[in-house]
Design a binder for this molecule. Sequence first.
Ligand code: ADP
Ligand code: MG
Length: 349
Amino acid sequence: MCESSLRKRVRQSLVKPIVQGIGSLLIVILLHGCEASFYKSLRGDTMGTYYRVIGQCRDSLTYQLLESELLSLTSVLSNYDVESEISVFNLSENIGEWVPVPETLVHVLAKAQTISEQTNGAFDVTVAPLVELWGFGVKEVSQPPSAESIARELRRVNYRLLELNESDNTLRKLSNIKLDLSGIGKGYGVDHIAEVLADQRCSDFLIDIGGEIRVRGHNALSHSWRIGFEVPDGTGQSEVFLRLSSGALATSGSYRNYRVFNEKSYTHVIDPRSGYPTSHNLTAVTVYRSTATEADALATALFVMGFDDALEFAESHDIAVALTTWDADSEKHNASYSTAMRALIKEGN
Ligand code: ADP
Ligand code: MG
């Protein structure tokens, strides 16, 4: 009975990874006592979405611990908190001056800058003015922006206009830039919680913040964590699975967050080179990496690139990627996988 309840699927949206046997299903198992396990399952809200953590730990794993860690992280990284460190930096008019900031902020920005370099600016945290212009920031907008306003804001979008000094935790703006960490923050949060769990001597865990996932070890049935991609053929029948005992998965897509202006829909992922929301037949990208920070930022970058460039990038950098495209003729979603992702899938099925 426990086995069969574990095999029920936790369905999420069409193209997101699906994790089996977690959340409330696991609680049922602990209550029925059919596994000699010390797995604890906790969930809550953070970063405008949910989080859930399942862990088997030698020290205590508490809701209070997770909440206070996530709260201290968002007090640095959140654009929605006007007093956060990132908001204070965004508002400051100190152009050209080095300003001290918390180590966490320098750390996440250093990771972001590395991905920006690697992806030739497809991922760029200085995209904030464009995010706001297109109505994905704090303020709502009712019309698409004019070409002039896009051109004006584009002048202050470039990751090279931000400089970091990791040795003394300082930052400086070379122009009046604004930063948006939404494309990397959830992944960074997942990795941060992974460190917290490691400190609590958790040998096995699954962390999920809004669909960005990191695992270690085994689930309560002593199997690697089983995570599936629903093949987006509309039937919801066939699925492709990964069996993971380490690493992270993150997804970027056009299906979750978009705006409709004059009956045309615009996704929240913006090409920082053109100033316009990405517009192509790619509907979702899922990336597997050792850390969720990297997976999260790369998923956004690959989504910006579009199918051909994303697949070429994945192959040339040996990155495991699943790409979902929409075929307007057949009115179907198609899934494609990089060589590294096909190898992972083979191990998991
Ligand atoms: P999600 O937040 O749904 O997981 P992403 O990880 O792709 O999706 O992050 C998208 C968010 O990142 C957007 O809502 C926006 O705030 C920001 N963003 C948009 N375009 C870019 C970009 N090219 N580089 C970095 N961040 C971006
Ligand atoms: Mg992302």
